[in-house]
Design a protein around this ligand. Structure first.
Ligand SMILES: Nc1ncnc2c1ncn2[C@@H]1O[C@H](COP(=O)(O)OP(=O)(O)OP(=O)(O)O)[C@@H](O)[C@H]1O
Length: 335
């Protein structure tokens, strides 16, 4: 099955003479209108504080950040659901203020929440959406899309009878009815079990191979590491990283030693040469160290020197999660 490869290829060729990014964001600021106490103080939450980045065409682009970082605000700005305070946003070369129609036609958004009228069938859900986007009947691809998301056999079932995973797949099909070249998924696998997560990853991969540029937000670093070509991290409304996934992972020069102690401890042992030292489980601590400067044996000696008895040990390379924790742990004073 294809998600509109022909169309996307054509659009890519059109863009080839002028290689515009799939999404271009410059100095994006969003300050929510103040309420309550903040109103009296003339404040209001600064959710996006001058964010600038490009999403290159054809990529799977991950947008990461802790809770409240500003990811949903950014996506809702792209979707036209949040009015930005200032800055510019272009989707497939179309400015979201000056060229609303083309900007909207160029993007499909899969929301975090599952929202359907339970009495419509998947086929009707897609037909209604196509109607909303003004897709002429002859150009609608309802069955093709349902096949793409492996729901062809459920075309005429009530949406309420679908499992959670099926509903998520239907949401993806719904976002694709107008064949946008850019698809944005807001936490597509939040609260989804491992098997289903795999299925959704495969679907995202198929879409991308068909030429669709995919942007996804996620809390799962494993997901970003596995799926994304490039990752941007926002924290406190600011962009703190924007790199190819490989480079971001390589930033983790540290190695982690996991030690099991003979008893529970209230505080993890500290030493100036440890990059981090945290309690990670029952009787377990994790210590990060610079692998170019020392080895696990030296770390263990330092821990034992502080009176701890080690009963088990393992080491691992730092992963994206470690980079993420390091990058997002710097506090922000204002906002
Ligand atoms: N409608 C609103 N009015 C006022 N403040 C808001 C509004 N929506 C979001 N915020 C605030 O803006 C900041 C960014 O929120 P946003 O939902 O964009 O973060 P997020 O990164 O998507 O978080 P999560 O991962 O929890 O969804 C938060 O401090 C949030 O409380």
């Amino acid at each position: 099955m294809r998600f509109g490869a022909r169309w996307c290829r054509q659009r890519r060729m059109e863009a080839a003479s002028e290689p515009v990014p799939a999404i271009r964001i410059r100095d994006l600021v969003k300050r929510y209108a103040p309420t309550g106490k903040a109103q009296k103080q003339g404040g209001g939450k600064l959710a996006l504080d001058g964010v600038s980045f490009d999403v290159p065409q054809g990529q799977i682009f991950g947008l990461l950040g802790p809770n409240g970082a500003g990811k949903s605000t950014l996506i809702n700005t792209l979707a036209g659901l949040v009015m930005k305070t200032s800055g510019t946003v272009e989707i497939w070369g179309h400015d979201i203020d000056r060229d609303v129609r083309n900007a909207k036609a160029s993007i499909g958004i899969v929301p975090q929440e599952i929202v359907f009228d339970p009495f419509f069938t998947p086929a009707e859900v897609l037909e209604n959406q196509a109607g909303l986007y003004g897709v002429p009947k002859a150009m609608r691809r309802t069955m093709e899309l349902l096949r793409a998301v492996h729901l062809a056999d459920k075309a005429d079932a009530y949406a309420r009878s679908l499992s959670g995973g099926m509903k998520r797949r239907l949401l993806i099909a719904k976002a694709m009815v107008h064949q946008p070249p850019v698809l944005v998924l807001d936490e597509p696998t939040a609260g989804v079990d491992v098997e289903l997560r795999r299925q959704l990853w495969e679907l995202v991969g198929e879409l991308n191979r068909d030429g669709v540029t995919v942007v996804l937000t996620t809390h799962y670093l494993e997901e970003a590491e596995e799926l994304c070509d490039r990752i941007a991290i926002i924290n406190h409304g600011r962009l703190i990283a924007n790199k190819p996934t490989r480079e971001l992972v390589d930033m983790a020069r540290e190695k982690i030693v996991v030690l099991t102690l003979d008893r529970d401890v209230d505080v993890a042992p500290q030493h100036p040469v440890f990059l981090k030292s945290v309690i990670s489980g029952e009787r377990q601590i994790e210590i990060g160290y610079d692998k170019d400067r020392m080895n696990a044996g030296e770390v263990m000696s330092l821990v034992q020197g502080q009176g701890y008895a080690i009963v088990d040990v393992s080491t691992r390379e730092a992963d994206l999660e470690d980079v993420f924790v390091t990058l997002t742990s710097q506090p922000r004073e204002d906002g």
